[in-house]
Design a protein around this ligand. Sequence first.
Ligand code: IMP
Ligand code: MG
Length: 188
Amino acid sequence: MTPRIKVLYDEPMIAQRIEEMARAIAAAEPRDLLVVAVLKGSFMFAADLIRALHRAGLAPHVEFTHLSSYRTSTISSGQVTILKDVDSEVRGRDVLLVDDILESGRTLAFAKDLLAARGARRVETCVLLEKPGKRSVNVDPDHVGFVCPDLFVVGYGMDVAHAYRQLPFVGVVEHDADDKQGELALHG
Ligand code: IMP
Ligand code: MG
């Protein structure tokens, strides 16, 4: 059975919004900018955003961290684990933390606090999607692509049980009533 995907944000919408976000990020004239993309979900967004930052006149360095708060279900476990740390020195630098989606806020708050504790001059946060009303930690993203409905979304880097990351758009899987897909493990 091939599940149906309902498109929420298509390629042109995402591309246009990313150009706008890149211009807003560049307008603040960041110094010695280090982009830290939170794996795995943000890889596609980060790749497009970084190229848009180049078009907006910036020359950021790029790092990756892999954090996981989603281990066993579509409900956040509440614990954030570092699966891969950033390699570069962040002290004194302007850091742009990039993630796919902000839900409880635990992932972003954890990463932001960590980079600030390591002496980053400034840590700005940038997420493609924000689900309002789901926050359990107080974290206000500096740049938000879209405020999205409270649905489990996939595509454009985001997965359910490793599937759908390859989709060039963001959508929602439309399940049959007897489908157990939503019970499977999720990964970053
Ligand atoms: P938070 O720590 O609760 O804010 O969760 C953020 C992380 O959970 C994101 O980086 C995603 O990896 C994952 N996540 C939250 N909601 C979704 C969703 O709707 N689809 C896919 N992944 C999600
Ligand atoms: Mg993630």
